[in-house]
Design a protein. Structure first.
Length: 465
């Protein structure tokens, strides 16, 4: 990629260790070397965006084009189709809520390049005690049955008898062992275990969702595209490129994961248990970045819970605080478009101030849909590296676009340079654009109950159970 771009050398990213000689900057007075962010409401020719129609028809396409070209990469026009199939259905209990769990595989057509296969793994869970189609939150993470329904004791007895008989058939000497230990059984029911509660003492996020009448879908992003540079010639990116390296404006892993979420939504739109008009997307950390990218580029998603997303997510790229552009261009370069590497190069010199777009405009692309920006606190593990202030500034500025489109931004005084971030646990949840910094760590779990209440209000969801 460096050869394609004509780059001779890259600047190393800063260290997260504050005692290291090359430690990241955590001095707020030095955090804004490029203090003026691009204006989402100014066209490329300098014209002001004054109406919703002008935004939707002219400015939004410009930002989609630029964010694709310079930051996240374009989704190729020839991405193959995905065929979803049900691998198994299970009736389970999550907490005190009966649910139907459907394990799904999305097989990507690889007839153009059979050497690479892509099978997207998703598990959809919907409550059985809600007699209507339900909103669903797609959650980036490991897929699989959350609470598999186990055999009854009578069925366990049959399984154990058959298993022992088979072992004795293979090794007759085992008969004496089994007769000496008549009470021992190879297979036993899983003993009841209390759930691991969230850090704030609330039930797990999935328990909260189904108890509130929501469904959720666990989508494994690594089944779409590997989370490493070695995988860039495999996965969906490698399949489309027939195993060859990317071009500078080709998509990176963040955009590929977002594409996978879109294909998951394609399936959900066909499921009668799902309210396809109210499907959301959620993720934390790198998957928080992917969540915001998904929401920004695919307008079918109705809501997003963006957890601790940092640089490449909600945090301003121009900011020099904690994680830097160089952290991405030398470390997780595969998340981004190849073109993005130019801004972390030392020869020829590039810098974040040259990026023609920024995260305030990425968040603005979510308008006027429900967008909840979530963070924790450094004291509990949501590191300063993430630059909470930089995300706050971007979210404040994006609110202007929400307001133009008839929605509410953050209710604050001042602009992105002067507005004061609220205290921890004080949420700004009155508008379609929301912010809350909880007092937990690198997770969005303490904000889940607030997200559900906030979303229910705006989508007017009151399940009859």
């Amino acid at each position: 990629m460096m050869d394609q771009l004509g780059l001779k050398a890259m600047r190393p990213g800063p260290s997260g260790n504050e005692n290291a000689p090359n430690h990241a900057n955590y001095d707020e007075s030095k955090a804004n070397p490029y203090p003026n962010v691009p204006d989402p409401l100014v066209m490329n020719d300098g014209a002001k965006v004054t109406t919703a129609a002008m935004w939707n028809e002219q400015r939004r396409p410009q930002l989609v084009e630029m964010l694709s070209k310079y930051v996240y990469g374009f989704v190729p026009p020839n991405v193959p189709k995905v065929a979803w199939s049900v691998s198994a259905v299970d009736h389970e209990m999550i907490g005190f809520t009966p649910v139907t769990a459907t394990d799904l595989i999305g097989t990507v057509d690889n007839s153009s390049y059979p050497a690479i296969s892509v099978h997207i793994h998703m598990t959809l869970v919907t409550p059985e005690n809600v007699h209507r189609h339900v909103p669903v939150l797609i959650m980036f993470g490991r897929a699989g049955f959350p609470s598999p329904h186990e055999p009854s004791q009578v069925e366990y007895d049959r399984i154990n008898a058959a298993y022992k008989a088979k072992l004795i058939q293979q090794d007759p000497s085992l008969k004496d062992i089994f007769e000496s230990h008549p009470a021992w059984e190879p297979f036993k029911p899983t003993p009841f275990q209390l759930p691991q509660m969230n850090a704030d003492g609330d039930p797990p996020n999935t328990w909260q969702l189904v108890a509130a009448g929501w469904g959720f879908a666990m989508l494994d992003p690594t089944s779409v595209q590997a989370d490493n540079g070695e995988g860039i010639t495999r996965g969906i990116i490698g399949l489309v490129n027939k195993g060859q390296p990317r071009k500078p404006d080709d998509w990176g892993a963040l955009r590929a994961w977002a594409w996978g979420a879109g294909r998951a939504l394609d399936y959900l739109e066909t499921d009668p248990a799902v309210d396809a008009k109210h499907v959301g997307i959620e993720g934390v950390s790198r998957y928080g970045k992917a969540t915001l990218v998904t929401m920004a580029f695919d307008q079918r998603f109705a809501m997003a819970l963006v957890g601790s997303s940092g640089k490449g997510g909600a945090t301003l790229l121009r900011r020099n605080f904690g994680e830097a552009v160089e952290s991405l261009t030398t470390g997780e370069y595969y998340w981004m478009a190849g073109n993005f590497m130019k801004y972390g190069a030392s020869e020829p010199n590039g810098n974040p101030g040259q990026i023609p777009v920024d995260s305030n405009e990425l968040i603005a692309l979510c308008a006027p849909r429900l967008t909840f920006i979530s963070y924790g606190v450094p004291e509990k593990g949501d590191a300063k590296w993430l630059d909470h202030q930089g995300s706050w500034m971007a979210t404040v500025d994006a609110g202007r676009v929400f307001r133009l489109l008839g929605a509410r931004g953050l209710d604050v005084t001042g602009d992105y340079k002067t507005a004061v971030m609220p205290s921890v646990n004080h949420g700004l949840l009155d508008g379609e654009l929301a912010w809350r910094q909880h007092d937990g760590g690198h997770t969005d779990a303490p904000n889940m109950k607030y997200f559900i209440q906030w979303a229910d209000k705006f989508i007017d969801y009151h399940p009859v159970q």
